[in-house]
Design a protein around this ligand. Structure first.
Ligand SMILES: NC(=O)c1ccc[n+]([C@@H]2O[C@H](COP(=O)([O-])OP(=O)(O)OC[C@H]3O[C@@H](n4cnc5c(N)ncnc54)[C@H](OP(=O)(O)O)[C@@H]3O)[C@@H](O)[C@H]2O)c1
Length: 313
């Protein structure tokens, strides 16, 4: 099969297409013929070697965690049939979805929403699972709560705005002014341009501050959190671990870290919302597989509005 690989950690130019053996399905594996994949910041960090403690030093490595495609072979006992359209997200540190075939586990899959194209479907899993698990599990979101999404125009942010609205919150979106019309259409009640206004000095008060972009430390956000409010970070770094540890048993303000996990029930939940039109995957651009380096470079600008999708011929 054709697959995107890299032979060393480095800039986007290390990515190339190679011929690999088709994945041989292990026990309980499901092999998917991939139609579209999506790029996430995680793919670019892994490619650069930022997580080499987890990704190791053996090459070639593959890339990609999100996918949409059709079941090509089934070794698990039964929920999916060959030919069935599915979506999913790999967990762990080994990306593999920018390829014609990928072997996955049952908990990484859900049926593809029939109303979405392959590209839209591939744009859904990682970012919607992150937003759902952050707001519901780490933030314990309740209807009527005031939620701030910092970085509301990106992949996770556009999903977090929509999922917070599905869960009954009032949403303040922080992003560049050029995206305000789009995030309002997605449901944001108020928009703040971070280039004009420092949200931590805005005088607003939030039950949840979801720091998707990762530039607003817990201490800076505490003045705009309610006395029992929760700050949620997406960034795995020592300052975040320390804040989480310090507030682990706190009854007042809390710091939490989201680490997204593959979960079939959660994936089916967001897929239903997408099929019902309650959430919409936002696509910044679609690239063919042989332009994967350009796709990674776009992701690295930190100004991608929605998702970068890769079509797999
Ligand atoms: N821990 C986990 O499980 C997990 C899961 C998913 C993602 N993440 C992490 O979450 C972060 C965001 O991921 P993503 O996929 O949403 O990235 P993304 O799509 O690249 O997000 C980029 C967005 O950030 C906004 N932005 C840029 N500068 C900003 C600033 N100073 N203040 C506020 N917003 C700003 C941009 O808005 P403008 O263009 O409008 O400026 C852009 O829309 C990444 O670090 C990623 O690794 C972690």
């Amino acid at each position: 099969m054709k697959a995107v690989v890299f032979e060393a950690y480095g800039p986007a130019d290390v990515l190339r297409i190679d011929d690999l053996q088709d994945p041989a399905p292990g026990p309980e594996d499901i092999v998917v013929r991939v139609r579209a994949a999506a790029v996430n910041p995680k793919d670019t960090f892994i490619r650069k070697g930022r997580f080499k403690d987890f990704t190791g030093d053996s090459f070639p490595q593959q890339t990609g965690f999100d996918f949409a495609g059709e079941v090509a072979a089934v070794n698990d006992r039964g929920t999916f049939q060959v030919g069935e359209p599915v979506i999913g997200m790999l967990d762990g540190w080994k990306g593999k979805t920018c390829a014609q075939f990928v072997a996955v586990k049952r908990h990484q899959l859900a049926a593809k929403p029939a109303t979405l194209s392959w590209e839209q479907a591939a744009a859904l899993p990682l970012v919607s699972l992150t937003a759902l698990q952050a707001l519901r599990d780490e933030g314990a979101i309740q209807p009527g709560w005031r939620v701030c999404i910092n970085g509301a125009s990106g992949g996770v942010g556009t999903m977090a705005v929509q999922i917070a609205k599905c869960l009954g919150a009032s949403v303040t979106a922080v992003c560049g002014a050029e995206s305000h019309a789009r995030v309002k259409r997605l449901g944001a009640d108020a928009c703040i341009d971070y280039r004009q206004t420092d949200i931590t000095r805005s005088g607003r008060l939030f039950d949840i501050f979801f720091d998707v972009f990762g530039n607003q430390p817990f201490a800076a956000v505490q003045p705009i959190l309610t006395p029992t409010g929760t700050w949620i970070s997406t960034v795995l770094k020592p300052e975040v671990f320390a804040a989480v540890e310090q507030t682990r048993t706190a009854s007042g303000q809390k710091a939490r870290l989201i680490v997204v996990r593959a979960d079939a029930d959660d994936l089916a939940h967001v897929a239903r919302w997408a099929e019902d039109g309650r959430i919409e995957p936002i696509i910044h651009a679609v690239y063919p597989m042989d332009q994967i380096a350009a796709a990674h470079r776009q992701q690295e600008t930190k100004h991608t509005h929605g998702k970068i999708v890769i079509t797999i011929a």
